[in-house]
Design a protein around this ligand. Structure first.
Ligand code: SF4
Ligand code: SF4
Length: 206
């Protein structure tokens, strides 16, 4: 199995191993606030380095890896790119967070807190929405999100306002809701999902 640093290198072309812990990423991070991340991006970089440093000791390496993948931080990241812009080492930190999120889902390691569960649910609902409808269909997306979270009543008061302003039609909403029953990918994005799946299998075999 690839280390986190190796995954980041192949996805972004940059490596957290170049980080010298200057802390500029954490200092400028828009989400590194109270009630936000459980550790700053500089700490994530360090843990990735530690996993790599201990890769000859699998149990210790796995502990460092798990601390990254089970952190709330990778899900609190808003992909704003501020850290990437500021890094003197040119590390794609925002891209690193993206790789961590994907890896956490693939390895079933995403944190179990309620707020992370809701974010992961939104993430999965969005990807499934694109897969089924071939576009960002808000009603289908929100429908799946609510089914995943059981949070049925929040924001319901928005629906009449959206209909009055022509942002959503009742017939469109019914069509979108029916799309939730579809399992296969839409024709216009089928090749994208097939290619992504082939790539994922190829990486698993390495
Ligand atoms: S800004 Fe770059 S070099 Fe500095 S701590 Fe963050 S990742 Fe490391
Ligand atoms: S991309 Fe994420 S980690 Fe980087 S500054 Fe923005 S919120 Fe923080």
């Amino acid at each position: 199995m690839k280390t986190l640093a190796e995954l980041v290198k192949s996805a972004t072309g940059t490596t957290p191993l170049d980080c010298y812990q200057c802390g500029r990423c954490s200092a400028g991070c828009t989400q590194n606030v109270t009630e936000g991340m459980d550790m700053g991006p500089v700490r994530i970089m360090r843990l990735i380095q530690m996993e790599e440093a201990f890769k000859d000791q699998p149990e210790t390496a796995a502990e460092y890896c798990d601390r990254v993948l089970t952190s709330d931080t990778i899900w609190m990241c808003a992909s704003c790119q501020t850290c990437t812009q500021r890094c003197p080492q040119g590390i794609d930190i925002a891209g690193t967070m993206d790789v961590m999120r994907q890896t956490a889902i693939q390895r079933g390691k995403a944190a179990k807190s309620r707020r992370v569960y809701d974010i992961v649910s939104a993430h999965k609902a969005f990807i499934n929405c694109i897969r089924r409808t071939g576009k960002n269909d808000e009603v289908a997306l929100v429908g799946e999100y609510k089914m995943r979270t059981g949070n049925f009543l929040s924001d319901m008061n928005m629906a009449p306002q959206m209909m009055l302003k022509g942002k959503m039609s009742p017939f469109g909403a019914i069509g979108s809701a029916l799309s939730l029953l579809k399992s296969g990918p839409a024709d216009n994005v089928k090749h994208v999902f097939e290619a992504a799946e082939a790539l994922r299998k190829e990486e698993e075999e390495q």
